[in-house]
Design a protein around this ligand. Structure first.
Ligand code: TXA
Ligand code: MG
Length: 341
């Protein structure tokens, strides 16, 4: 790392100029967004984007999302959106929403992993937005984590695993939302959710009149299966400790307690209101927040998954599921991909 900028209390203009110079010169920046931190590079430079794949140990066939600051920038890099796509852009950008559009040639094959499309996102976070707006450079950025690990929602969580690969680290504090953007592709006139996120199925239906959920959101994908989004094929978000998910439903707490008593050295990732019924020591209970405040849960979920590995002598983490509805569906997508069952 060459530069560490602390912008928790605001952007510092002299440092902003340095960050932009570095971006122009093909360097890698760790930047906050409202969803999760990103490993950012100039999307016009293939060599810079190749370094992202190296830093993350990311499979070469998994494309990067390109971040823009305004609609003018979308038209520089993507073909004209259709009516439904325009509606989605007007309603959900800027924000935690990624739309897949056909790409223009200015975006190279490294970013798009040789696909004809690219994911476009207009972040609302002030820091990343200012960098893009002032530099006029679209930023390619995946989530900040080594592939397969939980995404980073604060600098402290990822600095050890990424600091050697980053040229600039910008600390903007804890991410407001905490889970990644909703990834959507309009297919035959109907928006399909390829990755659920903060913008829910219901939000999209309200705007577009219809919506479909990919049938692969909770599946393990076999080698040659066709997927709309390469990211679906890979294990994600996993702590080093073995994790199992106990699905929401009847007797959930009894089912958890049974597993606790059959195993040694467990910990539990669960909800505030269940804590007193779950038969594990306080120091082995990781609190996700209340089931009635899913926004808070989404903000906590990745740090909580990372905290599993900090519990001493833990051989098994038992993860409490919630109902797959609204934001709960997006949280469950992350939790189930982190678990081995
Ligand atoms: O909130 C977010 O989206 C964060 C922040 C940093 O913006 N970014 C992020 O990027 O989560 P990443 O690379 O970790 O996840 C992007 C997902 C991957 O699963 C990828 O396969 C999918 O989006 N994706 C990207 N481009 C695509 C494309 N052209 N077609 C289908 N899926 C695509
Ligand atoms: Mg990711």
């Amino acid at each position: 790392m060459n530069y560490y900028f602390d912008w928790k209390d605001g952007i510092k203009e002299d440092e902003l100029n340095i960050a932009i110079e570095e971006l122009k010169n093909g360097k890698l920046l760790l930047v906050p967004t409202e969803t999760v931190y990103g490993i950012a590079a100039n999307a016009y430079l293939d060599d810079a984007c190749r370094k992202i794949f190296d830093a993350k140990k990311r499979p070469q066939d998994n494309p990067l999302i390109v971040h823009v600051s305004d609609k003018g920038m979308i038209s520089e890099i993507a073909e004209e959106p259709n009516e439904i796509e325009k509606e989605l852009i007007d309603n959900f950008m800027p924000g935690p929403f990624t739309l897949i559009l056909n790409k223009k040639k200015v975006i190279g094959s490294v970013v798009s992993a040789n696909m004809n499309t690219i994911g476009i996102r207009m972040p609302s976070n002030e820091i990343v937005n200012r960098i893009i707006k002032k530099s006029r450079i679209p930023i390619a950025a995946p989530s900040a984590n080594v592939s397969g690990r939980p995404s980073g929602t604060c600098v402290e969580d990822v600095i050890d695993e990424l600091k050697e690969k980053m040229d600039v680290i910008i600390d903007g504090g804890k991410c407001k939302i905490g889970i990644e953007s909703t990834v959507v592709k309009v297919i035959d006139g109907v928006p399909m959710i390829l990755r659920p996120g903060y913008i829910t199925e219901q939000d999209i239906e309200r705007v577009a009149g219809s919506v479909r959920l990919s049938d692969k959101l909770f599946e393990t994908i076999e080698g040659n299966d066709h997927v709309e989004s390469p990211g679906m094929k890979y294990r994600h978000y996993a702590p080093k400790t073995k994790c199992i998910l106990v699905e929401y439903g009847d007797n959930q707490i009894n089912r958890i307690n049974e597993i606790i008593h059959k195993n040694n050295n467990v910990c539990v990732l669960g909800y505030e209101e269940d804590k007193s019924f779950i038969e594990v020591e306080d120091s082995r209970f990781i609190n996700l927040g209340s089931r009635n405040d899913l926004k808070k849960v989404s903000q906590n979920v990745f740090s909580a998954l990372r905290n599993i590995d900090k519990i001493e002598n833990c051989e098994l983490a038992i993860v409490e599921g919630i109902e797959k509805k609204g934001l709960g569906l997006s949280i469950m997508n992350r939790l189930s991909r982190a678990c081995e069952n």
